[in-house]
Design a protein around this ligand. Sequence first.
Ligand SMILES: O=C(O)CCC(=O)C(=O)O
Ligand SMILES: [Fe+2]
Length: 282
Amino acid sequence: MTATATTVTPSPVTPRPWTAKPIDRQYLLSDEQVAKFVVHGYMLVTPEHRAGVNETIDAQLSAMTRNPGNDILDEVPLLYEVYNHPMVRGALASLLGHDVAMHEHRHWHNRGPGPWSQGWHQDSTNERHHQVRVVLGLYYPHDVTPEMGPTVILPGSHFRNCPTDRMATYGNIRGQVPVTVKAGTVAITHYDIWHGGSINRSSRVRHMLKFLFNRTSEPTGPAWNHDPVKGPAIASEYFGHWSPNTGQSDSYKERGLRAECWNHLMGKTKAPVETKASSGGY
Ligand SMILES: O=C(O)CCC(=O)C(=O)O
Ligand SMILES: [Fe+2]
């Protein structure tokens, strides 16, 4: 896909900086969506942006001669519109509370054609807990095909502890999922999810914007569209699912971890865990 001639400017109503203004409840997640996030550690949000928004961002990134690091929002202010989309805000608020904050660290990942892939890694600093405290919001301004070096993620791996140096030596892992998506998609992932960029066999640079969002308060109750009657049954059905690529022992353990994660989101866990997103690195 190439950028079209339609170039748009940032909307004057787009709030800057990104603030957690009141959320439109219709865009909050359902019990099923939250339960699935707890199990898989990621979800895809597919907002419809204004005509030309994705194309303009794509073209602006393609024209950039240096990576501005955390200043990418100043260079490409249309990104505010992406992360302020009510569907994106609704999902973030559901998972991290309505006072969710955008972290200062962000990065534009441009994966050019070539025979390189990135090793498996977690962006987090390996603080072990089973809560949702920080998520990545990965935005793709153009369609991502399998040839373009999609980000590959491993569902359920946010519950798996692994020495990072060993993880980097792993190759293809059963159950891995390439994030091949439509332009405008924001993949929201748990900070601990195992992931990495794959080989770009196409002829174009694949763009991805990674923004971090963090919790600023402990959950006191569900922040999503929770149904107190049906919600618990939906959750326990998902949590009982066998982990497809693990053995019996791990599957049993994982059920407990999922419930622990859900209970924290439900406001039932008293002891907070201090986790901060990392400001450095990528
Ligand atoms: O480019 C990608 O798809 C992933 C990049 C990434 O995860 C990283 O550099 O931390
Ligand atoms: Fe990463």
